[in-house]
Design a protein. Sequence first.
Length: 420
Amino acid sequence: MGVAFRNPSFMKHYTFLLESQHWDSDRIDRYRFENVKQLLLFANEHSTFWKSYFKENNFFPESLDSLDQLSSLPAINKEDLIVNNINCHTTDGFGKYFLSKSSGTSGVSLSFRKNESWDSFNRASKARGLSWYGIDPHELHGYLWGYNMGFFASLRVGLFDAFVGRFRLFSYSEKSQRKFLRKLRHASYLHGYSSMIYELAKYLNSKDKQLLNLKGIFGTSEKILDHYQGQINSAFGIKAVNEYGAAETGLIGFECPEGTIHVNMEGVIVQEENGEIIVTNIQSLSFPIIRYKLGDYVELEGYRPCACGLNTHTIKSINGRVGKKIYGKSNAYPSLVLYYIFKNYSVKNGVNLNYKAFQNITGELVIKVEQVLNNQERKALTKEALNYFQNDINLVVLDDQNLHEFKGKFVDFVSRVDQH
């Protein structure tokens, strides 16, 4: 009843997606091309911003005859959509809208109107991913999203959660976690911020307890770091899997039981430029998302048959955020360097470390590590970092640290240095 009221086109999209996932590559490519061309033509006719943008870049949607030609249009970023927000929206009436908002992790938040069919398609795409694990979307599940709300906000959200078979953790006190875990024993799956799934698993492991009834654990909105999986598997008996996307792009990829992150082929066109993902959402009629820089470094692959039975484009790896720079005394370094420092350390030493880095002044970097390091491990980590920074940065390594502030998404690098 709730779906019929809020998202009346959900079942139509869900039924379609369960069928289309078995299409051959020629048929899915025809669908993708036809829908992206319709989106471009629609945006050109009904969005002031996109009509002007196409004209400025000598891009003519009516002349598109292959998906490859989409790359000739320069990519846009979140700031473009924020500055031109009103004119980005299309003028055609859709009837029912939902107000959507990005998380604001990058420092700015994007608000936009999402038409009902687009919203329903995105929810149906996620439901299809759940179906790969034998889960129906209405099944009871725990939700790790939202932090320390006020009493009335918690009451309102909790009431809505009850209608959709969901319960969440509002506070990360020990009492709240115990109560949440008692409910989770009767749930089918766990969903939410991957860093918070990790924190919950650590709490469960600290009590020498396990919870083994879940069909699936789905980490979203944040990268599932390699070292999360040991704690999660120990606590729940299964690993966390990736649900990759964003508010403005919709679902981009969903990991199957074989460990492959399948691109949501009917929903998005993903491209890679200089290691960065560029997303076009072909369902986004009310607020066209076209050639959008999401801000993540990824590795993409074309069609690849998977043991799960699907043959889709895949996301080989999600490597981290395109973020702020780390400033040395003479040079600047992309914050992605941190990912490679800890990845190389893990490969060489067989130890996965949980970390968070801070830069308060130019030429100095503070790295906080959750684990306790012995002298040999500290020297190995410092040596790995200096392979990238040489003597350009004074490095401070602090171990045995609490990293999560429980105020929103977990980010691995915080800079208080003005961008040069």
